[in-house]
Design a protein around this ligand. Structure first.
Ligand code: PGA
Length: 255
């Protein structure tokens, strides 16, 4: 983390967990615990929880995000949610291209790019996920893959718009598995993402982009992970469902 160069952001990704009432209760519990955070605090929640989450977080330092968005402004896309709908509610962030969406819901590098462009156009801040599978890592493709995914996701994103983009490096083999990348693996992966941005936008721009690590980040390992140069915070799944654990991670990134 280098706070002189870029913003540290800890974002929870609740995935398909918590009803609206449970969301309200969890945010009420978290609010006092993260009130003095020295980093940006975001909770990305299921669509149906957004209203309750926004109300619960109002007046606090917790920002609310969605977990996906469609790229069209409106139209015949049953079951989808547009960026304009999210923006009007007061949502600030949106997770795009999570590996679970790539694996289970046919998300591709092209659709990740379309969603990213749509989010930026609407004034939302995309948290764009990239990451290699264990097979790709073992074959030695990690750097190539991360650079490819990063550049594809950012196609036609201007340097000005890039200021509102967060990239989350999430090795697929570390998500929800309890297997965390080592500090050095996280730093290396984030470094590959930053290098890809440097190749496309130049060194100075790349140094200003917030790049999170995600994948079994928890209260016990957050300190060491965010101490790494390229790790500007985290995208937190399981540990963001427990107020105390999430607050401990926020504290680690507040130093
Ligand atoms: P995890 O999930 O922290 O439960 O591994 C991270 C993520 O999928 O964003």
């Amino acid at each position: 983390m280098n706070k002189n160069l870029r913003k540290a952001v800890i974002a929870g990704n609740w995935k398909m967990n918590k009803t609206p009432a449970e969301a309200k209760a969890l945010i009420e519990e978290m609010k006092p615990l993260v009130a003095d955070a020295g980093c940006e605090v975001v909770l990305c929640v299921p669509f149906v929880d957004l209203s309750a989450a926004l109300a619960a977080a109002e007046g606090s330092n917790i920002k609310i995000g969605a977990e996906n968005c469609h790229w069209a402004e409106s139209g015949a896309y049953t079951g989808e949610v547009s960026t304009g709908m999210l923006k009007e509610m007061g949502v600030e962030y949106v997770v795009i291209g999570h590996s679970e969406r790539r694996t289970y819901f046919g998300e591709t590098d092209q659709t990740v790019n379309l969603r990213t462009l749509a989010a930026l156009k609407a004034g939302l801040k995309p948290i764009v996920c990239v990451g290699e599978t264990l097979e790709q890592r073992n074959l030695g493709y990690t750097e190539t893959l991360l650079k490819y995914q990063t550049k594809m996701a950012l196609t036609n994103v201007s340097a000005e718009d890039l200021k509102n983009v967060i990239i989350a490096y999430e090795p697929v083999w570390a998500i929800g598995t309890g297997v965390t990348a080592t500090d050095d693996q996280a730093d290396e992966g984030n470094g590959f993402v930053r290098a890809a941005i440097a190749e496309a936008y130049g060194e100075e721009v790349a140094e200003s982009v917030t790049i999170q690590y995600g994948g079994s980040m928890n209260a016990g390992n957050a300190d060491a992970l965010v101490a790494k140069y390229h790790v500007d915070g985290g995208l937190i799944g399981g540990a963001s469902l427990k107020a105390a654990d999430f607050a401990t991670i926020v504290k680690a990134a507040s130093k």
